[in-house]
Design a protein around this ligand. Sequence first.
Ligand code: DAH
Length: 341
Amino acid sequence: MEDLKTLVERYKAEIMAEQPQNAAEKEAFRIKYLGTKGLVKSIMGEMKNVSPENKKEAGQLLNDLKIFTEQRFASFEDDAGDENDIAEGVDLSLPGSPVPFGTRHPISIVSNRIISIFSRLGFSVAEGPEIEDDFHNFSALNLPENHPARDMQDTFYIHQNPDWLLRTHTSSVQIREMQQGKLPLRIICPGRVYRNETISARAHCFFNQVEGLYIAENVSFADLKQTLYFFVQEMFGNTVKIRFRPSYFPFTEPSAEMDISCLICGGEGCSVCKKTGWVEILGCGMVHPQVLENCGIDSNKYTGFAFGMGIERITMLKYRIKDLRLFSENDVRFLRQFESA
Ligand code: DAH
């Protein structure tokens, strides 16, 4: 027993004398004393030679050595680390390296702005899947199979019979929301949409839209116009003029397209507005009664308006961007220009 005590004391002195200077030396200490074949483990093996009456005392002695060694090792973790850093030439008093701020993508900036303008009018955001079925993207919106208006929205089919496709507009989200049957309904649907288009400065095979839908009793075309007037003034300022032109969409009746006076030339005529003084920014109309019925809504009781716009188009007008492809090229020289926006 006395032998064991002296042995433990000797080891403790030896451990105290160890001064590892770097990570490798610390690891060597760990292996030598605390590893599976280390000194602490092997001295534990001495227990079998201790007589039964001394077992308790010897157990405490060895356990004490183990804790002592572990604490000694833990103490290196703190100090030796720092000494090590300084030894390697790291000056901890220097200020940290700056973390560069990213910028919001211009499409996100404008999308958030549109959402905030409409949320002040009581519209809430609704979202839906980008992979849609034929019913939600086309049929429910009065675009049955073989309808010529489908040509303008050719898209990418993921599966045929039954048809699964990449949605061509976020009007599909309007259908999903109407089917829920919770009326009145006042939503905007931002999201990415896809079309089989040749990529150019003005068109892409994917882009972003925000659609709006308001369904309640006695909603009129006057409500639609006032809502859109408010939007344009908030978005582009109150000197901008607005005009509605009659148009056609299978899911609205009557339908219109809305133009704003050209922001570049102020209506004088330039290349952006193709010398007309006006640029089209959205399509809109009163929701077709058949579309309401397709979603289980009583069209004798409820009416509604809807509108849809391309976010890229609005962003190009707002920031005078000439080429739509810039939005998806990830060129930081372009993106950095929106740091303060
Ligand atoms: N979905 C149409 C498109 O993508 C835009 C549109 C027009 C949406 C009129 C509407 C609407 O909700 O009422 O071209």
